[in-house]
Each structure stands twice: as C-alpha cells, then as structure tokens.
Design a binder for this molecule. Structure first.
Ligand code: URA
Length: 435
C-alpha cells in the first residue's frame, strides 16, 4: 500500500489490520518510508488513537523488527521482567534484581542510560568501580542461568523499529501518544522474551506521565497488549510526586539500594520494593498469597541473602563486590548541607523536577546521548513529605564537584524545591492503582 493511503486510513478513523501494520513497519525498516510520511502517520495516531487490537499488532510488528528472545523454560525456575517507566530517585531495579533472584526468580534485565530528568539504571550501576553493562545477550543469559540475574544495556538488536520511530516522535510532538508509548515499551519487553512482565507505571510531577488518568490508561493498555501477546501481566500505577527515597544521583542511589538490601533504607523505597516484588512472586505463581510473599521477601532482606546476591551480580559483571560492605569505596564529593529552613512545619511537597534538574546541572545527568556524567554528583533529602522539620534544620545535602556551585544549589533547592505547611501532612499513598 502507498504510505499516503496507509496514513489516510487513520486520518479517516479507520482500523488497521495486523498485516497492514506489519507491512508498514517492515517498509520502515527497509528505509522505504520518508520521515515526513512517518511523522504524518505518528500525528494521525496521536490524534485518532488506536484500538487495543491495533496497539497489540503494532507492538508485535515492532518486536519482530529485530532479534526476538524466547526465554520460556530456558531457566531452572520462573522468569520475570520488571519494568519501570522511570522517575526521579527510582533505584528499584538495583534492589528488585538481586532480591527476586534470592527468591528464585530468573531475570534478564535490559535497561537504558538516563536522558532528560530521569536517571538510567545503567548509569547507576556504572558508578560501581569496574561494573560492565555492555555485554552480549549470550553472556547475560549465561549469567542469569548461573546466579539468577543479569542487568545489561538495552541493545539496538531488540525492537530496532522503536529507535527509528522514537527519533521521529521526538521531533514531531508525538511522544505523548498513549498507544505509541505503550507499543514502544511493550515491543522491547516482548522482544526480551520474559513470560511474566510486571510494570511500574510512575505518575506525577517527576514522571513521564503527569496525570493519574493518563498513567492509568497507559498501564491498562500495556497490560492488555501483553495479555493479547500471551504474557502474564501485572501493572501498578505508583506515585512520583516527590523523589523516591532520599537519594537522587547515581552513586548515592547505589548506596541507598545497599541500605534497602541490608534490611534498612527509607520506608517508601522499602515499601514499593515489597509491593512490586510481591507482585512478581504472585504473577509467576511462586507464592499464592501476598502475605506469604511479603514475609519471604522481608526475610531475604533481613538475613543478608538479597545483599549477597547483589554482591554476586556486581562480581559477575566485573565490579568490586566489596562495596556492599563498604559503600565508601564508591567514592564521593564532600557533603554540602543546605543552610536550614527559616521556620518549622511539616513537609508538604518536594518537587522532583527541581531536584533532578539540579543533579543534571551538577553533571549527574545528560542533555545529549553521548555526554559524560559525574556519577558522584547528587542530592540527599534530609526530610520527606509528611515529616516534621524544625526551624534551622537542613533539608538537604548536595554532593557536587564544584564547591561554590554546590553551596549555591543547596540554598536554592532548600528555597525552591520544598514547600512546608503549618499543619500536619499525611504521607503520600504509594500505589495508586493495580491492573
Ligand atoms: N519509554 C519508552 O521506552 N518509550 C516511550 O515511548 C516512552 C517511554
């Protein structure tokens, strides 16, 4: 079909057949479609939407544009993939990978580097001296078989059509389309081959999806797509209106992950860890009720098994496992405390974007794909939403290579990122919806 005729079907609110979508993605991969035609099609999809059947067919076509793994029965136990849509301070992959491996779940996790305001799991792991993420799929799978978990950089071999479409979405104001986001995420998950997929769809000011209704629609669509393609699916919509935990910044987040794996850490990170890990145990059929799942997972955090599994993961990927006993081996910039708030109160909100942009400006994040980052730069929050703080109490600590910049940012963030209330504030609800 001529690309203009294909675009016209969506302009006229028609429904594509799976074959039409397959042919279009195949032609895209053969470079037979002009960028202007792709852009026009993406805009038609943004404006007219897609049915679940179309979104599932598009996901299949994109997943089939490159290598497809089939992990069914390839490991000695259940296989799962947890995916987060990304948010400020979201270090859960570093915790869930080893924790679930300690619980007998096998995971091949392919993650991205950070771009924009959200940090990437790969950048966090690469702050560990020696840790390597650019490993072949075969090497990673071998490691999963041996120790239960491997975390590698997303390869271009899986769902390459997504890379092509994303580059055009980025410059045609079509990133926001929910069926396009859903098929982009799900095509990579489907190509990665895990039979069970648990999604953490972040929602709020620090997330990709800003509104609860948008996040719920996305979560529900991804679950429907996954089910239509034969996967065991579960999705939680979770709150991202304040940074997750206290640490924002690559090495700082590794330290916080170690705290949680050692049975401690901030209550919100620990709670969300247990929520998502319990979903994985339930969805894979490993345990039959949520109480038992949480009990088993809490024991693995308390008895050191999850932390030792993180050590195994670090060692297998070339890193220094001693950091699990001595996180100071990660290195660090000197701590610069903010001067302290002028009056006491309860923390009403902490703007994740203000914190994330400050981290990026200190060198902790990228503006362009190839930028080098300072993995030691970051911010530690000394209070979270709902906490009582007293006049003069320092609300945050900045870690910055340039001391003068750090001092200025510490003051600025204390004044601009935090809002205090005269009245007690309830702690935010973490899980907003389950699909
Ligand atoms: N993450 C993705 O992988 N794709 C999108 O379109 C948005 C977020």
């Amino acid at each position: 079909m001529h690309p203009a005729a294909f675009i016209d079907i969506k302009v006229k609110q028609g429904e594509y057949t799976p074959q039409q979508l397959d042919d279009f993605i195949a032609a895209l991969m053969r470079d037979e479609i002009d960028d202007c035609q792709v852009g026009a099609w993406l805009m038609a999809v943004l404006l007219q939407g897609m049915t679940i059947k179309e979104a599932a067919a598009l996901t299949t076509a994109m997943a089939s544009s490159g290598k497809r793994l089939n992990l069914d029965n390839s490991m000695p136990g259940p296989i799962a993939d947890k995916h987060s849509s990304g948010g400020v301070g979201d270090k859960l992959t570093l915790i869930l990978g080893p924790l679930l491996a300690a619980a007998g779940i096998y995971q091949l996790k392919l993650s991205g580097r950070g771009l924009g305001h959200t940090g990437g799991t790969i950048d966090k792991l690469e702050s560990i001296p020696g840790f390597k993420c650019d490993l072949s799929i075969d090497t990673l799978l071998d490691q999963v078989r041996r120790i239960g978990v491997a975390i590698g950089a997303q390869t271009k071999d899986l769902a390459p059509a997504d890379g092509k479409l994303y580059a055009i979405r980025d410059v045609t104001a079509t990133v926001e389309s929910i069926p396009l986001i859903a098929s982009s995420i799900m095509s990579k998950k489907i190509a990665a081959g895990a039979p069970t997929i648990v999604l953490d769809v972040k929602c709020g000011t620090g997330a990709f999806m800003k509104t609860e209704s948008g996040a719920k629609e996305l979560a529900s669509l991804m679950v429907e797509i996954g089910k239509a393609l034969g996967r065991n699916m579960r999705a939680l919509v979770t709150n991202m209106n304040q940074p997750l935990g206290r640490a924002v910044g690559n090495a700082l987040e590794v330290r916080e992950a170690i705290e949680v794996l050692n049975g401690g850490g901030p209550p919100d990170v620990r709670e969300l860890t247990l929520e998502l890990a319990a979903e994985v145990l339930l969805t894979t059929g490993t345990v039959s009720d949520v109480g038992k799942a949480r009990e088993q997972l809490s024991a693995l955090l308390a008895n050191g098994s999850a932390l030792q599994k993180f050590g195994d993961l670090i060692e297998a990927q070339g890193g220094n496992r001693k950091i699990i006993e001595n996180p100071n081996l990660l290195g660090g910039h000197s701590a610069i405390k903010s001067p302290g708030c002028t009056k006491g109160g309860w923390v009403k909100s902490i703007d994740p974007m203000t914190i994330a942009i400050a981290c990026k400006n200190m060198g902790g994040g990228r503006s362009r794909k190839d930028d080098l980052i300072d993995s030691l730069a970051g911010v530690e929050l000394n209070a979270q939403v709902g906490d009582r703080v007293e006049a003069g109490q320092s609300l945050l600590t900045v870690y910055c290579a340039e001391e003068a910049q750090g001092v200025q940012l510490a003051q600025q963030l204390e004044n601009t990122a935090f809002i205090l209330s005269d009245r007690p504030i309830e702690r935010p609800i973490l899980v907003l919806e389950r699909f």
